[in-house]
Design a protein around this ligand. Structure first.
Ligand code: MRU
Length: 347
């Protein structure tokens, strides 16, 4: 499953708000449509929104090729800012846009046609690289499975959240391929049900044994020794190893520690934000109260009730047994390991 395709100058996205009941694709022909699709979560998941935004910038770059050099650069910056304003927590969005904007700035002296062409190539490379990175994360991550394991996951860090294959689900896929997965428990992930709608759909399609639970059942499963390991994705990782991920992740990490179950995070290096020291600096998106008062459009709460709807939480590094990246498996102490990783990348 590859949820993002670039075909003949159009960005094709599988509409994740329609899954699992309908497999509909939307075709974006302007950066505005891409920004709207990210906001509406028709495309979602940290790497996927970065990739979509990159192609959004390509669409914008193609639309304004008639502008003279300096105006063109200014317009690209405005488009990048608009795309960056769609969602605040996942750093991959900013990472992808900054990477492409560096390409545009380095070519500032060249004509807009060449710049737009180069941006398109850079976005296509990013898409292909993300798929390769996820497979590499899967290859490393499956080493953490020592016997056919019962795994708990949260939200959707699968093919749908990436260029394909997935991060946390990529590890599960790779481990399953090696005969090391006995059972996957998928938390439904209220309010938007990414676990019930997307993770369950992806795993069923590949005959990976999956059992759906509501979020508040996870503690019971852990206490009953029904889970051997927990694995989740990430939206942003601070320099000290604190991880932002879908709301509910922190509770799982604490419950896993309490019950002696390893808690793993799988994420590409583009999810590390070296600019921030701890998770306290990560902006947490707050979304529409109707996501809490309604389930799939059906109201479940009395009109007028107050609602709090944070979309992510921060899991402190101390609860994380390992972080699986395309460069290998990081173990605590994360501050030192992440600093070494950064230094190695800059060399
Ligand atoms: O709000 P969402 O659905 O975009 O949140 C997604 C998650 O929290 C994922 O776990 C995370 O982005 C990692 S995806 C590989």
């Amino acid at each position: 499953m590859q949820p993002i395709k670039w075909e003949k100058g159009r960005l094709l996205l599988i509409d994740q708000t329609r899954l699992p009941h309908r497999e509909e694709w939307i075709a974006c022909t302007s950066y505005r449509e891409v920004a709207a699709a990210i906001k509406a979560m028709q495309v979602r998941g940290a790497p996927a929104i970065g990739l979509a935004a990159a192609f959004g910038l390509v669409l914008g770059a193609r639309e304004y090729v008639h502008l003279p050099g300096q105006d063109y650069q200014k317009r690209l910056q405005e488009i990048a800012a608009e795309l960056a304003a769609t969602r605040p927590t996942a750093v991959n969005l900013f990472w992808a846009l900054e990477k492409l904007m560096r390409v545009a700035e380095e070519m500032a002296e060249q004509d807009p046609f060449s710049i737009a062409g180069k941006l398109e190539k850079a976005a296509e490379d990013m898409l292909a690289e993300d798929l390769a990175i996820n497979r590499q994360i899967g290859a490393y991550g499956r080493q953490l499975f020592h016997f056919p394991a019962r795994v708990l996951t949260h939200c959707n860090a699968g093919a749908l959240a990436t260029a394909g294959y997935g991060t946390a689900l990529g590890v599960i896929r790779a481990a399953h391929g090696a005969g090391k997965v006995k059972q996957v428990y998928a938390c439904e992930t209220r309010p938007l049900l990414q676990g019930a709608r997307l993770t369950a759909w992806e795993l069923l399609a590949e005959n990976i044994p999956v059992t759906l639970i509501t979020d508040n059942m996870a503690g019971y499963l852990l206490q009953q020794k029904m889970v051997d390991l927990v694995i989740v994705g990430a939206d942003r990782i601070a320099r000290n190893g604190d991880v932002a991920n879908k709301i509910g992740t922190y509770s799982l990490a604490v419950l896993a520690r309490e019950n002696g179950v390893p808690f793993y995070v799988a994420a590409p290096l583009s999810t590390f934000d070296y600019r921030i020291a701890t998770g306290r600096e990560i902006p947490i998106e707050e979304r529409d109260p109707r996501e809490v008062t309604c389930i799939m459009g059906q109201s479940i709460a009395p009109a007028g009730v107050a609602v709090f709807n944070p979309a992510f939480d921060i899991t402190p590094a101390q609860y994380i047994s390992a972080i699986i990246t395309e460069d290998g498996i990081l173990r605590p102490p994360y501050r030192e390991r992440i600093a070494a990783l950064k230094a190695q990348r800059e060399r």
